[in-house]
Design a protein around this ligand. Structure first.
Ligand SMILES: [Zn+2]
Length: 215
């Protein structure tokens, strides 16, 4: 697999530092599961972060800190990730364990040739995650975003603005970027999409469909 499009270094560094929200983390983890180059970058960042922590001078703990920590050990773990007994996502190739552990809804039709399937992010997240499947030759309706959209191609390929995105590629759509991707012939194009904000459909058909499309 030859990967041509990667997340930015800033995004990878934020992943290594643990500062992405849970939905964004799932998108970057999906890319890392197939991209050795970005995995090496993240490993380096984690190593540098560890060295910096080791070099920090020790700081005195406030009185009572240890007792407070021991008390919290007895609290219920409300934010632990819920592990599904068997994965809903075993039939989807190219997903990392972080995503595969999540529950997923059913595929639902949103437009001719296009289906979406929500992935339930197990923690509060401003970024929603879903799978998008488009049939070969589909031109996905022209749309723009009110915020950031990250797309990881799992199978198939599409072109957008003359650039081809195939398996393993990472595509980032910024606010108000107008998209009208065309899916290549051959096989279904399945992508994992992490999206903050809303999607805005353009054109008359898009405006008519907008009230019915909730992703
Ligand atoms: Zn990469």
């Amino acid at each position: 697999m030859t990967i041509h499009h990667h997340p930015s270094d800033v995004m990878l560094a934020a992943f290594a530092a643990g500062t992405l929200d849970p939905g964004e983390r799932m998108a970057i983890a999906t890319h890392l599961s197939t991209c050795a180059r970005c995995r090496a970058f993240v490993d380096d960042m984690e190593y540098v972060g560890g060295v910096m922590l080791d070099d920090l001078p020790p700081a005195a703990m406030p009185a009572g800190s240890l007792a407070e920590v021991m008390e919290r050990l007895d609290e219920p773990a409300s934010r632990t990730i819920q592990v599904a007994p068997s994965s809903d996502l075993d039939d989807v190739p190219g997903l990392p364990d972080l995503v595969r552990r999540c529950r997923a809804g059913d595929w639902k039709w949103i437009a001719p040739g296009v289906h979406v399937r929500p992935i339930i992010v197990p923690e509060d997240s401003p970024t929603r995650v879903f799978l998008l499947k488009a049939a070969p030759g589909t031109r996905v309706m022209q749309h723009s975003h009110t915020d950031l959209e990250m797309t990881c191609v799992l199978t198939g390929a599409y072109t957008h603005d003359g650039t081809r995105y195939g398996p393993g590629d990472f595509d980032i759509g910024e606010e108000d970027d107008d998209h009208k991707p065309l899916v290549e012939q051959g096989e279904d194009c399945i992508c994992l999409v992490a999206m903050r904000g809303d999607i805005r459909l353009s054109g008359l058909l898009g405006q008519l469909m907008q009230p019915f499309v909730r992703m």
